[in-house]
Design a protein around this ligand. Structure first.
Ligand SMILES: Cc1cc2nc3c(=O)[nH]c(=O)nc-3n(C[C@H](O)[C@H](O)[C@H](O)COP(=O)(O)OP(=O)(O)OC[C@H]3O[C@@H](n4cnc5c(N)ncnc54)[C@H](O)[C@@H]3O)c2cc1C
Length: 384
């Protein structure tokens, strides 16, 4: 993602926002050894809003007209050539095609443009619902606590707690002013109306037994008191990203339902934008649109499906219940993260984190070029 953002011209903004290269993964010193350098771009902590501001600037620079409104329906005209998007106040917009980025709870299926065949994900151990909580605390408040003070010393640290049934990510942000925390926990209580929307709620609302958490996590939660939170209900894996008439395409969390706290969401979003950009920079005629969108699906679906599965596997590995398996996991992780890169067990590192780093090396621009070399010349040019 970082490399694509650089290509789009965002490097000066990113450098300004976060001048330092991060050095820690969990408790592992990250100093970019030779064998990783080719795989990964720099690590940075970035507020989502800061990234949105950068992208908004790009939109403004291109003088793109932006209209706001809640989409109530998307319909395809009888000629199958145009798409009509209706917003809440009745305005109708005609479009050659629609890029649908309405998030984890995507309503595409309720809008009469389904067509994408969904296949129930093999739910091997994947909980039916998760509670997600996020909050920010003033760093000085957190540091007043002796145990927490030792943890939140540097804005270069990414702290991860892996507990039975929960995972917590925390880092110092906003020029060291805030400690930002995201928690996901398995949830097996009844889900009420409104529970699936983000709201600031007191912890008591969720009936959380704080005793279940590691003392420092418990302390953080107690300091927060109220947290922005919601329930995420399990979503099936998508087996299509484009509806059957090939005029509506899914991107973002709508295309890859991953829980907050995963590492890949926004990276995937940026890759999807880059894929569409690279494909559509080659368009010569409107007739090509359906084929270009199918090309997008061909290129992206294997990757998004793989990442959703990988993220779920990683999530399950990190939040496994206490027991022999969890003890074995901790022994392995400690071994990998102990010491410095010069003395580490490279084979073990690759076994645990190799795939993670491999994923960062995906080059969306190159993927389109490869695809185009293989298929573009013959199939798509014939559409003219
Ligand atoms: C607490 C937290 C921590 C996270 N941490 C990370 C992280 O460290 N790294 C990472 O990569 N990702 C992280 N994520 C995930 C990341 O924020 C999401 O993946 C990303 O925001 C998804 O973008 P999106 O545009 O697909 O969906 P969203 O951000 O959900 O945006 C969807 C938008 O569509 C709008 N919408 C929905 N329906 C309609 C409609 N009918 N009409 C008009 N508008 C509509 C919604 O109002 C919303 O604004 C985190 C998320 C959370 C909540």
């Amino acid at each position: 993602m970082t490399r694509i953002l650089y290509k789009w011209g965002a490097k000066p903004f990113l450098d300004q926002l976060s001048g330092c290269r991060e050095e820690i993964i969990g408790i592992m010193d990250y100093v970019e050894p030779e064998f990783i350098r080719d795989q990964a771009a720099e690590f940075r902590f970035l507020r989502t809003q800061a990234l949105k501001n950068i992208l908004q600037l790009f939109v403004n620079n291109e003088a793109i007209t932006v209209v706001s409104g809640t989409v109530s329906s998307i319909t395809i005209a009888s000629d199958n050539m145009t798409t009509q998007v209706t917003v809440g106040d009745g305005r109708i917009f005609n479009a050659d095609f629609v890029v649908c980025a309405d998030g984890y709870d995507s309503a595409l299926n309720d809008m009469g443009v389904t067509g994408s065949e969904r296949e129930e994900y093999d739910t091997l151990g994947w909980p039916a619902s998760h509670l997600a909580m996020t909050f920010a605390l003033p760093t000085k408040t957190v540091r007043r606590d002796e145990a927490l003070c030792n943890i939140f010393r540097s804005s270069k640290h990414w702290n991860v707690w892996a507990g039975p049934g929960y995972i917590l990510h925390a880092n110092i942000s906003d020029e060291s002013e805030l400690v930002c925390v995201t928690i996901t926990a398995n949830y097996n209580r009844e889900i009420f109306e409104g529970d699936q929307t983000w709201q600031l709620r007191p912890l008591e609302y969720w009936n959380i037994d704080l005793g279940l958490f590691e003392p420092r996590v418990k302390k953080l939660l107690e300091l927060a008191g109220s947290v922005s939170s919601r329930i995420f209900v399990r979503k099936p894996m998508l087996d299509e990203l484009v509806c059957t008439n090939s005029r509506v395409v899914l991107v973002g969390d709508a295309a890859h339902p991953i829980l907050p706290g995963g590492n890949q969401h926004i990276g995937l979003d940026i890759e999807e934008a880059e894929t569409l950009r690279c494909l559509f920079s080659r368009i010569e005629h409107r007739n090509q649109i359906p084929d270009f969108l199918v090309a997008y699906e061909d290129i992206r679906l294997p990757r998004t499906s793989h990442i959703v599965e990988y993220e779920r596997g990683m999530h399950l590995m990190l939040q496994m219940p206490d027991g022999p398996q969890q003890e074995a996991r901790d022994v392995t992780l400690k071994k990998v993260m102990a010491g410095d890169w010069d003395h580490m067990d490279e084979e073990l590192f690759r076994a645990i984190f190799g795939e993670e780093f491999q994923q960062y090396s995906c080059d969306a621009t190159e993927e389109v070029e490869d695809w185009w070399t293989k298929w573009g010349g013959s199939d798509l040019e014939e559409c003219n």
